[in-house]
Design a protein around this ligand. Structure first.
Ligand code: SF4
Length: 468
């Protein structure tokens, strides 16, 4: 069968799609990038917030058109939207175009679902806690980007009142450390230039193992093993939790050149009463102490955070507390979300829901403040030189890349005025211009790490068996 995957949502979903495509390719099916020539279309969905659920339904309806017009004979829905509405009696009736609904715990059974083995019912929702870890002998089909995500754990043991993820992805299960290293090294040997560790909470790694295994061990060993294969390759980790970023974490990062001093620490708010209502187990003082500790130990550290605006009970005073905090700490990168209510959230039952227009005004006020901060920080890069990972070549004479202080898909980029660079290569760039979110510059010297990253087509023709 020719199979097309449309992936929505977070990096964990991206990895799941690459794993499922790898399994299908290993079973003899052919991945394609063109839905118009697919016999089977899989939409791997997200439903973290209502906007994501709406996008998922729109995408499903778009893909369903290929059943009328194209060669598509089977439309399959996987991921969090399917899981979230698994008990909804109208699920199949609401989307009659869909041939199978597969929960987050059933990625391993994707081949049976695609091959429609008689034993497979229309809906498949095993308990997410029962989902095992991926089989390392089956190559993922990568997206072709010079970076690749690597999961360190599944699920989450925390109970934030606005979040449905523990219900959708199950309890935290940390992967065997060796599996993380083996997978990362396999990717590096395939030409990947940046390994990005991901999870619901990367720094909570090991807390469910009942021994003293922790995230620093993952980082420490991964850093030396990757450097032994290719010292240029970057290691980044995203989605930490404020209470599990420790002094040890910061020293581990500081002591390894190939680990990005990049701290993605979602705080969600900075008003202590608000944090309590959100189920976040820290105070405003804890946050001040954390970010001071990071900057004291590692002055070059880059800080990213995300916050939720308009959470039930948020007053003007609480919003001002958050605004003051953001203007004082001066994050390099900030993501701002307005609260997304839903009846299956604990927070739904809280009093004093904030009107949408008030929440939107607060959102815009905070974004405007951050834009100034971001531009001031970017101005400091002018005249400096940084290694940049080349990612795109949108037009002759212009390349787009990222520095160690720019994460993919969420942060600004670096524009490089040059010719003949290779995507996936690292070049030294002297920064000449700075904008609100992006920077720009010229190649500083002739040093090219001309190591092309795996092209999408190369990956598509994969897989085959095993890792080295
Ligand atoms: S830490 Fe909180 S927000 Fe993050 S996945 Fe867990 S419950 Fe959701």
């Amino acid at each position: 069968m020719i199979v097309y995957f449309e992936t929505l949502g977070c990096s964990r979903n991206q990895v799941d799609s690459e794993i499922m495509l790898g399994k299908l390719a290993a079973a003899g099916h052919t991945p394609t990038r063109d839905p118009a020539c697919a016999e089977v279309i899989v939409v791997n969905t997200c439903s973290f917030i209502s906007a994501a659920a709406d996008e998922a339904v729109d995408t499903i309806l778009d893909m369903a058109q290929y059943k009328q017009q194209g060669t598509c004979r089977r439309l399959i829905i996987t991921g969090c939207l399917a899981q979230r509405y698994k008990d909804d009696p109208d699920l199949t009736g609401t989307l009659p175009e869909v041939d199978a609904f597969v929960g987050t715990g059933a990625c391993e059974q994707i081949v049976d679902v695609v091959e429609k083995k008689a034993s497979v019912p229309l809906t498949l929702f095993p308990d997410p806690d029962t989902r095992g870890f991926q089989n390392l002998f089956v190559d993922r089909v990568l997206s072709g980007d010079p970076f690749a995500f690597v999961k360190v754990s599944e699920g989450c043991n925390r109970h934030c009142t606005y979040c449905i993820i523990p219900t959708l992805r199950g309890r935290q299960r940390s992967r065997p450390m060796e599996d993380i290293w083996v997978e990362a090294l396999t990717l590096v040997k395939k030409g990947v230039s940046e390994i990005i560790l991901t999870a619901e909470n990367t720094t909570d790694y090991g807390q469910d193992l009942g021994n003293d295994t922790d995230f620093c061990q993952v980082l420490e060993n991964l850093s030396s093993q990757v450097a032994a294969v290719n010292p240029d390759v970057w290691i980044r980790f995203l989605y930490t939790h404020p209470v599990s970023v420790t002094q040890k974490t910061i020293h581990t990062v500081k002591n390894h050149n190939n680990i990005c001093s990049y701290y993605d620490v979602p705080i969600q708010h900075a008003d202590t009463t608000m944090l309590r209502r959100m189920g976040r187990p820290y105070t405003q003082k804890d946050l001040y102490d954390l970010f001071s500790m990071i900057r004291d130990i590692d002055p070059d550290a880059v800080l990213r955070t995300t916050v939720i605006i308009g959470f039930p009970g948020e007053t003007d005073a609480m919003f001002t507390t958050l605004l003051d905090f953001i203007q004082e700490v001066k994050f390099d990168h900030l993501g701002v979300f307005t609260y997304s209510d839903a009846s299956d959230l604990v927070s739904h039952a809280l009093q004093n829901h904030v009107p949408q227009d008030v929440a939107q005004l607060r959102h815009d006020t905070l974004m405007a403040a951050q834009e100034k901060i971001s531009e001031q920080i970017n101005q400091k890069h002018v005249g400096r030189m940084y290694p940049v990972l080349v990612e795109e070549n949108p037009e002759p004479g212009l390349f787009i890349g990222r520095t160690m202080f720019q994460a993919p898909e969420v942060d600004g980029v670096t524009f490089i005025y040059s010719e003949g660079l290779a995507t996936g290569a690292f070049v030294q760039v002297k920064i000449t211009d700075a904008f609100a979110y992006d920077i720009a510059g010229e190649v500083a010297d002739g040093r090219f790490a001309n190591r092309p990253s795996p092209t999408a087509d190369e990956n598509m023709k994969l897989p085959g068996s095993g890792h080295e």
